[in-house]
Write a protein that binds this ligand. Sequence first.
Ligand code: IPE
Ligand code: MG
Length: 236
Amino acid sequence: MDGNGRWAKKRFLPRIAGHKRGVEIVRDMVKECIELGVEYLTLFAFSSENWRRPPEEVSFLMGLFMAALKNEVSKLHQNDIRLIMIGDRSRFDAALLAEIDAAEKLTEANTRLTLTIAANYGGRWDMLQAVNRMLQAHPELAAHCDEQDLAPYLAMHYAPEPDLFIRTGGEQRISNFLLWQLAYTELYFTDTLWPDFDSKALNLAIQSFQQRERRFGRTSEQLISEHPKNEKLGHA
Ligand code: IPE
Ligand code: MG
């Protein structure tokens, strides 16, 4: 979710106005995804590098995160949404941690949509914490381990790998998001700023995804002979 600051600047507003509007877009997109039947939505809210921002902006973002949790959790629960936070929690204060724990507990049995919020998340952090936790549990894997050994320790072990990655705000990079899990994900970049992202913009991203041919290393001809009815895979 990129572009909140620029959206505000274009309107001669403080950056925090863009972040506030950004939260409203999150609410809209959760609704859209439910209507579309999306089962997993993962939002990159705050990266491990975002601590480098001015302290006032960081504390405003933490406050916004806290307020959003407090105000929205019961609505999420009513809508059968499971909320999970991924990222390094060690820098969050006790009140925020308690709120996150309570929200996860309340919604843990919900099945309609799994909404993952990546906060103080970094893809490299994720891989390293996975390796370290795996080795702690299974020291014998130090000599050799496979993907299946590591997978359960990754932050998003509970979810399938993402089909579609969307980055708003014009930059064309991953910025240390889900590095392991994005290996075969379709990437979509748009100049639309996050506070301007709406159902039309989401539909454009999905249409682009539907035109991709997901070969997972194989040839086009193989896919057509294996699935003669659909010319392309990955539409589900
Ligand atoms: C993304 O918007 C929101 C967060 C990282 C919290 P930015 O704050 O990065 O907005 P720009 O990139 O300055 O426009
Ligand atoms: Mg930015």
